[in-house]
Write a protein that binds this ligand. Structure first.
Ligand code: NAD
Length: 483
């Protein structure tokens, strides 16, 4: 494993996805009460392709007056939506899910243009998972009495939902599908840098004949989000984003309405000496370099048994040297662009902190394109628990490698974080998997794999990674008054 020739890189001819399938208008309005309407104050916000720095289009910038209109539209629609028979709500959700699947190529192209993630990932992961989430919840709509939430779970009312930029359509599906299945109506705000698939989803709602006002989409920035979560007419807040903003939301609401918070993470991926190394290396790559590392549950701290650390790091670096970085619309691309200059600046400053604190920095030899926002896969070795790169969420393609000697030390180090979203464990021993999983303070633990999702499996955190679950019957619980 340690020696041997460097992996030969095949040359691939470019395989660009056709972008004509996803036409983009010059401008988009807000989606309120089933119609696209301009913002009251006429504000606009540009959205940029992070791989080229070109402006894709402009969208409405919603302010407090628009929030008020949207919440009132959702309120007007809510009673009728909740009264509708579960199977009819389910039919509409199935219709939306089928339309999303039919238009999946278009949605994948839009997602990649707006976010910068490789088309291979939006096509094979984001959009299929988003569709699966809506299909799954469509199935629940007429079976809520069997979800373990009492005989007659009742909707909360109007849900205010705010989501981040890393999985725009998937996070939308995680929010909207359970809310609608349980008879709530929603006002959703996508992230300011990735509004396009949410607006296309609004068109799909129109195409599906969803009753007006059941789904409302307000594009805008942090102020739009702040106005939405503090509106007196809402009955529930569901937020996915940074721990810092999650904290401020909790302070603002102070218990006024039920809240679910899906926040940041600093996941530990633990590799024991008996782990299958080649498989583990693939899991490490999946854990931290998928989606340029902009994954809340990323395995951003690699904990490796001391005797095998050199073997693992060498194998990892060899593998990383084969990853292709560049045009996200090319089907051969493994690593796409970073979503925004702000995010790139944050990643760069944390990498600089890692170097300044004395960790050894290795960067993949992939050349970076001249335009756009890029960060090559980076691996830090010799990392200490106290280093900022071991403690703070980087949300970029940067891995911190630490070592351990005993399972107890692995657990202690893995749990030495303010976060508690996800973790991974790699070993041949089933008993060790169970013991370690039991000891990890994390909402999700993967064994001999990483970053696997299923709509029937609840996802969420402990500690400063938030509370509440998305997916499974547990995810429905956040949207109902149980009897
Ligand atoms: P962010 O917190 O800056 O923004 C998230 C959303 O909140 C955006 O739509 C933003 O406009 C809005 N917002 C910002 N300030 C607000 C305020 N004061 N009130 C209301 N809304 C406000 O996060 P981000 O940079 O977009 O996303 C990255 C973060 O999201 C990371 O920390 C990541 O771990 C987390 N995340 C968590 C999960 C999860 O399931 N736990 C999933 C994806 C991302």
């Amino acid at each position: 494993m340690t020696s041997g020739p460097t992996t030969a890189l095949f040359d691939y001819a470019p395989a660009p996805e056709a972008i004509g399938i996803a036409p983009i208008a010059n401008s988009y309005d807000l989606f309120i009460g089933g119609q696209f309407v301009p913002p009251v104050a006429g504000g606009r916000l540009a959205t940029v392709n992070p791989a080229t720095e070109q402006i894709l289009t402009e969208v409405g910038l919603a302010d407090a007056a628009d929030v008020d209109r949207a919440v009132k539209a959702a309120r007007r629609a809510q009673e009728g939506w909740a009264r509708m028979r579960g199977r009819d709500r389910g039919k509409l959700l199935f219709r939306i899910a089928r339309l999303m699947a039919e238009r999946s190529r278009e949605l994948a192209v839009l997602e990649t243009l707006d976010n910068g993630k490789p088309i291979r990932e939006s096509r094979d992961v984001d959009i299929p998972l988003a569709c699966a989430h809506v299909f799954y919840h469509a199935g629940w709509a007429d079976k809520l009495g069997y979800a373990g939430l009492g005989a007659n779970p009742r909707p909360l009312g109007v849900a205010a939902q705010v989501i981040p930029w890393n999985f725009p359509l998937l996070m939308l599906a995680w929010k909207i599908a359970p809310a609608l299945a349980t008879g709530n109506t929603v006002v959703l705000k996508p992230a300011e840098t990735t509004p396009l698939t949410a607006l296309r989803f609004a068109e799909i709602c129109q195409q599906a004949d969803l009753p007006p006002g059941v789904v409302n989409i307000l594009t805008g920035g942090p102020q739009t989000g702040a106005a939405l979560i503090s509106h007196p007419g809402i009955d529930k807040v569901a937020f996915t984003g940074s721990t810092e903003v999650g904290r401020s939301i909790q302070r603002t609401l102070a218990g006024r309405v039920p809240v679910t918070l899906e926040l940041g993470g600093k996941g530990a991926n633990i590799i024991f000496e008996d782990a299958p190394i080649d498989q583990a290396v693939e899991g490490i790559v999946e854990g931290i370099f998928f989606n340029q590392g902009a994954v809340c549950c990323a395995g951003s701290r690699l904990l490796v048994a001391e005797p095998i650390v050199e073997v693992v790091v060498e194998a990892l670096q060899r593998r990383l040297a084969t990853l292709r970085l560049g045009d996200p619309m090319d089907k051969n691309t493994d690593i796409g662009a970073i979503n925004s200059p702000d995010q790139l600046a944050r990643i760069t400053s944390l990498v600089a902190a890692g170097v300044a604190e004395g960790a050894a920095c290795w960067t993949s030899p992939a050349p970076l394109p001249e335009r756009g926002y890029w960060c090559a896969p980076t691996v830090f070795t010799g990392v200490h628990q106290t280093h900022r790169i071991a403690r703070e969420e980087i949300f970029g393609p940067v891995l911190s490698v630490l070592t351990f000697r005993t399972p107890a030390e692995a657990l202690a180090k893995a749990n030495d974080t303010t976060y508690g979203l996800a973790a991974g464990v790699w070993t041949e021993k089933g008993s060790r998997i169970l013991a370690i999983a039991e000891g990890l303070h994390a909402g999700v633990v993967w064994a001999n794999t990483y970053n696997r999702f299923d709509p029937s499996s609840p996802f969420g955190g402990v500690k400063e990674s938030g509370y509440g679950r998305e997916g499974g019957p547990q995810g429905l619980a956040g949207y109902v008054h149980a009897d």
